[in-house]
Design a protein around this ligand. Structure first.
Ligand code: UDP
Length: 246
């Protein structure tokens, strides 16, 4: 089950839907090869232009999901639209729902001390049947003991919530050492599952304005969010240049 990949400023995204991505994710859990999923937003796309390690990490992912309306608009501007937006949190939520039905397991790595534990408690309530087999905060100095802890429980799904580019590089560098079904770089998802950060209301999500709500809640993110129009301008520039060259 492979999907078409669409290039947005050097990052090749899967043109897929949430349900197709989840089916692919579940198939990868079965293979138990520590395949990994990335969910790049405009900030990650721009960072990958000059960060080779991040670029390689994104290139080696089994699933590259377009998280963020900026990526969807850019693909449209470039003349190669993607099937739709698949956010990391939606992918994670649907995966947990499906894993719970199969009595599957999850290990939560990342965020500030205490957050993953709290997220795990909430997940057990939200997804009866799901086994939360381990948690670890995202501020460790040495990787080896963390990897040993994860491998001791062989989770079906490993959340890697270390922020970018750390989480993508961690997954890429440790694929061969990790005994997990699948893993995904999920940014601030544990903060949301723990209840520390609330997700935008449905209306904002449906309108593709989750970023606007987040900006309203956390104005300090303004500098980071300025990357969104930048990615659109760059895509427009690329498209115009392309049509001149044709
Ligand atoms: N984080 C971490 N270790 C680090 C740096 C960040 O565990 O060394 C966590 C941070 O606590 C937060 C997440 O990574 O929970 C990144 O969240 P952010 O909202 O910045 O990510 P986004 O979803 O915007 O990519």
């Amino acid at each position: 089950m492979s999907t078409q990949r669409i290039d947005v400023l050097g990052v090749k995204f899967d043109s897929t839907s949430l349900e197709k991505a989840v089916q692919q994710g579940l198939a990868l859990v079965e293979q138990h090869n520590a395949s990994y999923v990335v969910t790049p937003n405009p900030e990650i796309v721009l960072e990958a232009e000059h960060n080779k390690d991040l670029q390689y990490a994104l290139g080696a992912a089994s699933l590259v999901l377009p998280d963020g309306i900026g990526v969807i608009y850019s693909a449209k501007i470039l003349g190669t639209p993607l099937e739709g937006r698949v956010t990391g949190i939606d992918f994670a939520t649907r995966m947990l729902e499906e894993l719970a039905k199969r009595n599957g397991s999850v290990f939560l790595l990342g965020a500030k001390p205490g957050v993953a534990e709290k997220a795990g408690e909430n997940m057990k309530e939200m997804f009866p049947g799901l086994r939360v087999v381990g948690t670890h905060d995202g501020y460790f100095k040495e990787e080896d003991p963390v990897i040993e802890e994860i491998n001791a429980v062989k989770p079906d799904f490993l959340f890697v919530c270390l922020g970018f580019p750390k989480q993508e590089i961690f997954m890429h560098e440790n694929t061969s050492r990790l005994d997990v079904g699948i893993m995904a770089g999920l940014g601030g998802c544990l903060d949301v599952f723990s209840g520390e950060v609330e997700r935008a209301p449905d209306a904002f999500q449906k309108a593709g304005l989750e970023w606007l709500y987040r900006l309203y809640k956390e104005p300090s993110r303004f500098r980071r969010m300025a990357k969104l129009p930048k990615v659109l301008f760059k895509s427009a520039g690329r498209r115009l240049k392309g049509s001149k060259d044709e």
